[in-house]
Design a protein around this ligand. Structure first.
Ligand SMILES: [Zn+2]
Ligand SMILES: [Zn+2]
Length: 258
């Protein structure tokens, strides 16, 4: 029998509670772990779901936390602290381990290789390139995408190269981006430009504005399509060939097979 594939979780926003429900009800994997949670950074929207990840309360279950940030242990322990949360970290029944990752150095978990690369965000934030069985996924959230040229990206360029699927921050419209410099989020056009240049096969845009309605996200999608078509036409006019890029805006519960 083939051994089960390695699974990892990135960050612990509100979505991790839904994942937790699915794990516990047996509709997705097993609730027995071990679980491997890779943290990009520690802004509220990336940690707020962690106390509601049920495996923390199961005796004997192993949970491994990983981050480049060397104070990961204190940062996670701080989430389980009174009066923010009634159960203190030391009372959690699960066995919890902390691992500090080295920047840009591959980390191997069974059939998976995970490499952290730096993103452009006001507090230190690390994206991940995850490679397994010849496919590569690139997690680029949260990022403003202020460094785009190959020279500027330098050691972080591999995050965008040889990628089958990139998950990219597109909170703002391209017009908003100028007004919201240093807010740490990007626009779909920046992600598409990277995808065209580096031949990224597929892009999912995410980190929608918390206040955005479905209509506003549809509007962003419309603007992105206009830009996409313009890039293809412009390339044709200039006799340039640019690769076709499959892209969409992500939504909760979306599953993608590579
Ligand atoms: Zn953030
Ligand atoms: Zn965020």
């Amino acid at each position: 029998m083939a051994s089960p594939k390695q699974q990892i979780i990135i960050d612990g926003g509100s979505g991790i509670r839904i994942l937790s429900d699915r794990l516990m009800s047996g509709t997705f994997g097993s609730g027995r772990g071990p679980f491997h949670i890779f943290m990009t950074h520690f802004h509220w929207d990336h940690i707020i779901g962690l106390p509601f990840f049920t495996p923390h309360f199961l005796p004997g279950v192993q949970i491994h936390y990983y981050a480049v940030q060397s104070d990961i242990e204190n940062l996670i322990k701080g989430v389980f602290r009174k009066p923010y949360f009634p159960v203190e970290f030391k009372s959690l029944p699960a066995k919890i381990f902390f691992h500090v990752l080295e920047p840009r150095k591959p980390f191997v978990l069974k059939d998976m290789t995970i490499t952290p690369y730096k993103l452009d965000h006001p507090d230190e934030c690390w994206g991940y390139k995850i490679e397994s069985e010849g496919k590569a996924y690139s997690h680029c959230v949260d990022t403003e995408g202020t460094r785009v040229s190959r020279e500027e990206l330098a050691g972080d360029l591999p995050l965008y190269q040889g990628v089958d699927l990139m998950y990219f921050d597109a909170q703002y419209t391209f017009q908003d981006l100028a007004e919201k410099a240093n807010w740490g989020h990007s626009a779909a056009q920046i992600g598409l430009d990277l995808a065209f240049r580096e031949s990224i096969k597929q892009v999912l845009f995410t980190h929608h504005d918390p206040g955005a309605s479905t209509q506003q996200i549809q509007d962003l999608k419309g603007q992105t399509l206009e830009y996409y078509n313009w890039r293809l036409e412009h390339a044709k006019d200039c006799n340039e060939t640019i690769p076709e890029v499959k892209w969409d805006f992500a939504h909760e519960g979306l599953e993608v097979k590579l």
